[in-house]
Design a protein around this ligand. Structure first.
Ligand SMILES: [Zn+2]
Length: 223
């Protein structure tokens, strides 16, 4: 019954895949639409989460930052690797990040799945593409959100984090959990500028790499 709607979608996806030179699979030809995944890209504090949350009915938000922070609380080997990475600003391997952010069980067919926080670097794009191919996930849109540094620093000055639940807050805002808003190391200008400089050194190359695989690029800087 569902195939009536899925049939033309499958056809379009097939055309896109063919135009990219990707071999189609038999189940696609039967009209089963594959899962789609969009990516949102921009510097820290660009407002990517806010943009996604303001369209919560449309998006299934796959926030790598949130997933990593939550997982970092567990007292096992992976938890300590993640805590070390947060505290020392160290990039993690693509394999670890994709295992956290992109198990197929997190993806939804009824919503636009949107990956936030991966990739940050051009070298992280091929592992993403490979994982999508393997799991029959179609890379869909690339949303780019890049406010000026001035605007980012204004936001940084307002930024607080809940202690201990790690929820991002703004000055004067209290957390639902009853915790206290504090200035964490990640909220300091020094830590932020380290992340921002890394972003600027990699943004152009990463966007250009992602553009090769995404069907459409959407600039949401002013949204
Ligand atoms: Zn809290």
């Amino acid at each position: 019954m569902g195939n009536v709607i899925k049939e033309p979608v499958g056809g379009n996806l097939r055309a896109i895949k063919n135009s990219l030179g990707v071999q189609d699979s038999l189940d696609r030809i039967t009209g089963e639409a594959s899962l789609q995944l969009s990516v949102i890209y921009g510097p820290p504090l660009a407002g990517k989460s806010s943009y996604i949350n303001s369209h919560a009915d449309r998006f299934n938000h796959l926030s790598l930052g949130r997933i990593v922070r939550e997982r970092a609380g567990q007292q096992d080997h992976l938890g300590s690797v993640l805590r070390d990475s947060i505290e020392n600003n160290v990039p993690l391997s693509s394999n670890i990040l994709l295992n956290l952010a992109l198990p197929v069980s997190r993806l939804r067919r009824a919503k636009e799945n949107i990956l936030d926080g991966y990739p940050k670097y051009a070298y992280e794009v091929p592992p993403l593409v490979e994982r999508c191919d393997k799991n029959d996930i179609e890379l869909h849109k690339l949303y780019v959100k890049q406010p000026s540094l001035k605007k980012l620093l204004q936001r940084l000055a307002m930024r607080r984090t809940c202690d201990p639940c790690y929820r991002p807050l703004i000055v004067g805002e209290d957390c639902d959990c009853g915790g206290t808003p504090i200035i964490r190391q990640e909220d300091t200008k020094e830590y932020f500028m380290g992340r921002y400089d890394r972003y600027m050194a990699n943004a152009e190359q990463t966007i250009s790499e992602l553009t090769k695989y995404c069907v459409e690029v959407v600039d949401v800087t002013d949204n």
